[in-house]
Design a protein around this ligand. Structure first.
Ligand SMILES: [Zn+2]
Length: 245
């Protein structure tokens, strides 16, 4: 069996790491790629070049803070809030399960002199997630790995998985885009925001992925995370599981 992204020969030595289809830092424990389908080098590359740029976007960091999600090193993202007209950090402490307000001395002075009537959380603005090369590549990474798991369940022999991908030019192009990038273009997607969502009020499911069939011709890959919904559009020939949401 060869790595479906870089075509290197897979052995016990180069398939040791666990690949999360959606990063752990986004709260995912459910979607994990089956072992032995991709090599460690590709896995590391995805973490460094695709997941990190996505996780470090300001809006994603803000939402990670609002969702109180730890990163891999079990550190929580501080949340900026507006208090007395100043940007102030709200720090979460796991041990005491409480938030601490990191007021500056200037802020404390203002706080004492003019006690605030209200405190504002920062507005959620998803504009920077639109029309972005790095977001598109991140979505394609999640899609290809999710798809790989489906192929893995469908075919008993691993060699058939690679053949199925290589025989479909569109699929092969997406896998190549994920692994090698592209100078010219990225795959189109949509971003929507759940307007009813409030910070620090999460239901138990944080991330959800699957295929959605909109009508006879158009189906898309859905990634729902926190209050954001991404829809990656393309036509999949012989979509293996279009009803699976
Ligand atoms: Zn590889």
């Amino acid at each position: 069996m060869y790595c479906v992204y870089c075509n290197c020969l897979l052995t016990n030595d180069n398939t040791k790491s666990v690949e999360h289809i959606i990063p752990e830092s986004l709260g995912n424990k459910e979607y994990i790629l089956a072992r032995g389908l991709i090599c460690d080098k590709c896995n590391n590359y995805f973490a460094r070049e695709i997941e990190k740029p996505f996780l470090e976007k300001d809006i994603i960091k803000l939402l990670r803070g609002y969702e109180i999600l730890p990163n891999k090193r079990n550190k929580f993202q501080n949340v900026s809030i507006m208090i007395c007209g100043e940007n102030t950090l709200l720090e979460y402490d796991k041990k005491s399960n409480a938030f601490y307000l990191g007021l500056t001395s200037n802020g404390i002075q203002k706080f004492i002199n003019h006690p605030p009537k209200s405190v504002f959380t920062l507005k959620i603005d998803i504009t920077t997630l639109k029309q972005s090369y790095s977001v598109s590549r991140f979505l394609c990474k999640v899609f290809t790995e999710y798809f790989l798991n489906i192929l893995n369940r469908k075919y008993k022999r691993k060699g058939c998985i690679l053949r199925a991908i290589n025989n479909d030019k569109q699929l092969r192009d997406i896998f190549d885009f994920v692994r090698f990038g592209s100078q010219k273009q990225f795959y189109e997607y949509e971003v929507l925001q759940d307007h009813n969502w409030l910070p620090f009020q999460r239901d138990s499911i944080i991330a959800k992925i699957g295929f959605i069939q909109r009508d006879a011709d158009v189906s898309y890959f859905l990634l729902k995370w926190s209050c954001v919904e991404f829809r990656l559009f393309f036509k999949i020939e012989n979509n293996p599981n279009p009803a699976n949401t």
